[in-house]
Design a protein around this ligand. Structure first.
Ligand code: NAD
Length: 369
């Protein structure tokens, strides 16, 4: 059997810095756990634009389609702000998501105990929090037609976006969410606005259909998305898995993510249909961007990117126990007081560097054996 393959796309800004720490972790798994991957690396975003005049070449796109999983750092930066929209770094990312048809975006919001004080909510509200938001990523109002800005006969202008969903689009993301719920707390909450939107009525009906026909053993509830936003900050621990559309998911997942503190801690996975080998099309990436304000200074927190690799272990490579080992190592390092600058207040002592955080995690992994 050949090793599973991973395409590494470090990207721009702090992307390469945090990805270097992920490489250390991947190396450790090869050496100590006999878990080997065929790694390849390529350019995306501004780095690809500088080399090739495009944020993602056709060759890189073909490689991404061929591997078992893509691991991406971050794209963008001030040097590219004035580029034409069609070649902006973010277009590389959107092309990957679109052509790989990554319709389910998984955003965990997990509060490490050592960081519970870092949340803007009270410690007892967030301590031990572990929820997963599944956002539909390839349809809804960010893609629906008609869209555009149009001139009206009376001289005004009109901006239009269209919220549309089909049966299949709803059912496939619902299935992804039910599958996750089965592996976690067996509870799924679906959020929409069925009180005021027809697309919300269809969403509720189709999620209910999938529940009744395919996952009756999972506990399903429905909630209007505005109430969902309130409940997320009131008592987030009532949730296990949440499934929602592209627009509401964009907002709700950012809200849930911030319950846990720093942007430097947040991983994500985007999954598509199952490939012939039984693995889903998949891309793993931290939620944060390229952080130009701290690039090249050794200040970036590599944990979001390392946790994204943990998600790859769990969702692409069926290595749930090893994913847990990695998450526990991070928990240990944080409990021991290791902090990059983003995890410290102004009077909280001195930070460690990106590389030191990576080394501390490797040491904790070593101690777990
Ligand atoms: P950002 O996420 O890059 O940074 C926001 C703030 O969080 C900054 O102060 C940054 O220093 C800090 N931060 C982010 N990640 C961190 C980490 N790992 N460790 C420590 N601190 C961290 O968002 P932004 O400043 O709005 O955008 C910068 C660039 O990144 C823009 O070009 C934007 O388009 C791009 N961007 C890319 C992605 C992506 O690649 N997925 C996502 C968001 C933004």
């Amino acid at each position: 059997m050949s090793n599973p393959s991973i395409l590494i796309l470090p990207g721009d800004g702090i992307g390469p810095e945090v990805m270097a720490e992920v490489r250390k972790v991947i190396g450790w798994y090869g050496e100590k756990r006999d878990l080997n991957f065929d790694l390849s690396e390529d350019l995306v975003g501004g780095a690809a634009y500088d080399a090739h005049g495009t944020p993602l070449t056709d060759e890189t796109m073909a490689k991404a389609q061929a591997v078992d999983a893509v691991l991406l750092g971050a794209v963008g930066g001030p040097a590219y702000d004035d580029l034409d929209f069609s070649v902006k770094p973010e277009r590389g990312l959107l092309r990957l998501r679109k052509e790989m048809d990554l319709f389910a975006n998984l955003r965990p919001a997990q509060c490490f105990d050592a960081l519970a004080d870092f949340s803007s909510l009270k410690k007892n509200v967030v301590s031990g929090l572990d929820i997963m938001i599944v956002r539909e990523l390839t349809s809804g109002s960010y893609f629906g037609e008609p869209r555009g800005i149009f001139d009206l006969p009376d001289g005004q202008r009109e901006g239009i976006n269209t919220q549309r969903y089909t049966t299949n689009e709803i059912r496939r993301v619902a299935r992804a969410a039910f599958e996750l719920a089965k592996k976690r707390g067996n509870k799924l909450c679906s959020m929409e606005k069925a009180n005021v939107m027809e697309s919300g009525i269809l969403w509720r009906e189709e999620v209910t259909w999938v529940h009744e026909n395919e996952y009756p053993e999972v506990e399903l509830s429905h909630m209007y998305a505005d109430n969902g936003a309130m409940q997320l900050v009131r008592w987030p621990k009532q949730f296990d898995v949440i499934v929602t559309d592209n627009l509401f998911g964009d907002i709700l997942s950012d809200c849930a993510a911030m319950l846990t503190g720093s942007l430097g801690m947040l991983p994500s996975a985007s999954l598509g249909v199952l490939m012939e080998n039984g693995r889903p099309k998949a891309m793993y990436e931290p939620v944060h961007g390229s952080a130009p304000d701290i690039t090249g200074q050794g200040k970036a927190n590599p944990i979001a990117c390392i946790l994204s690799f943990a998600m790859a272990l769990r969702y692409s490579f069926d290595q749930g126990a090893e994913a847990e080992r990695l998450e526990n190592a991070i928990e240990t390092v944080l409990a021991d007081g290791a902090r990059t600058a983003d995890l410290l207040g102004p009077e909280d002592g001195s930070p460690i560097s990106t590389g030191e955080m990576g080394d501390a995690i490797i040491a904790a992994l070593g101690a777990s054996l």
